[in-house]
Design a protein around this ligand. Structure first.
Ligand SMILES: Nc1ncnc2c1ncn2[C@@H]1O[C@H](COP(=O)(O)OP(=O)(O)OP(=O)(O)O)[C@@H](O)[C@H]1O
Length: 319
């Protein structure tokens, strides 16, 4: 994982929070291939000041490639990427962007404090070193050598480097990987503070519960394409299906149950039936029409995880 901070003295723009009302990130029909693999496929999106946005997708969906393009680490094959109305390179040079990425290592033979001090020195609009250490919760390990840290502690040091100065956009690629639950909660509390000050936060994650709890907007990627863009609730609704669960008394006719209308998933364990249906009303009516008397009947919306699986499976089925 690398940490990107600006290394140029120019410091235009407001100090802390963007204050912009315009577009922070813009992708217009962006495509990127590696040989035969199309990692990003005609992606268009716009992020606005103060949004906290989760980038979700299965392995290989194109999340890291999208973040690399956004940060100007790789050129797009076609289409336009801009940050704050300029090129990614210019935006980063002006110190408006902080990032935690998945690749690369930290400088090793230095203490945490020395590394954070360097990160602050490189930023055009730095915070005081002690403030950066404290925000990342690493004051107690400030004297330790970086190569003696645990994985979760390293992540916090990377976070400190990504927030060493006043950034308007913070980009995080799976930032809480390796953190324990307490560290993860503390991390997101800090990110919420950053967002509340008007910063835009974009994070890629495999933890759907994090996207559900933290993001006010979720982008679902699959095979480099945007499958869904909305609040977690909108994504769940877009997946269309609902959960239907009930228990049965008496003999269970699995074949008849599998033939219920609208089913997108089916599980029968003993006498417990767990379904997903794109038309829960029709499914439940058909259960009664079979002469069954379901007990403990529950009908509920999908969780984000189930919605995510349903969306990506539907996309696979159309290819
Ligand atoms: N440097 C590269 N050379 C060749 N193929 C690449 C390269 N980087 C990524 N890919 C391919 O591009 C596709 C998208 O990869 P990417 O790393 O962007 O996905 P991701 O959503 O971040 O995946 P993960 O969740 O596993 O990190 C994958 O098929 C991957 O194998």
């Amino acid at each position: 994982m690398t940490t990107t901070t600006a290394a140029h003295p120019a410091a235009p723009g407001p100090a802390g929070g963007s204050g912009d009302t315009g577009t922070v990130v813009s992708f217009q029909n962006v495509t990127k291939s590696y040989g035969e693999v199309r990692a990003v496929d005609g992606l268009s999106l716009a992020l606005h000041p103060g949004e906290t946005v989760a980038l979700l997708g299965p392995n290989g969906a194109g999340k890291s490639s999208t973040l690399d393009l956004l940060l100007g680490l790789r050129p797009a094959d076609s289409g336009t990427v801009s940050l704050f109305g300029t090129t990614p390179r210019e935006a980063i040079a002006s110190g408006r962007v902080g990032a935690m990425l998945q690749s690369g290592g930290l400088m090793e033979e230095v203490s945490v404090r020395e590394l954070v001090t360097l990160g602050c020195a490189l930023h055009p609009r730095p915070y005081p070193v002690d403030e950066v250490l404290s925000r990342a919760g690493i004051e107690e390990i400030a004297g330790r050598l970086v190569n003696k840290l645990s994985g979760g502690q390293e992540q916090r040091v990377r976070f400190a480097l990504a927030t060493a100065g006043h950034n308007d956009l913070i980009v995080l690629d799976e930032p809480t990987t390796g953190m324990d639950v307490t560290s993860r909660q503390a991390f997101w509390a800090t990110m919420r503070e950053q967002a509340a000050q008007g910063r835009t936060v974009l994070f890629a994650t495999h933890y759907l519960e994090e996207a559900d709890a933290i993001a006010d907007r979720v982008l679902v990627l699959n095979k480099g394409r945007l499958l869904a863009d909305g609040t977690a609730a909108e994504i769940k609704a877009k997946a269309g299906a609902r959960k239907v669960a009930f228990d049965l008394d008496g003999p269970v006719d699995e074949q008849a149950l599998r033939a219920l209308p609208g089913l997108t998933a089916f599980d029968l364990t003993g006498r417990s039936v767990r379904l997903q249906s794109r038309d829960a009303d029709a499914t439940v009516h058909a259960v009664y029409a079979l002469g069954l008397r379901p007990r403990n009947l529950e009908v509920a919306g999908l969780g984000l995880e189930q919605a995510f699986i349903a969306l990506t499976e539907a996309e696979e089925a159309t290819r």
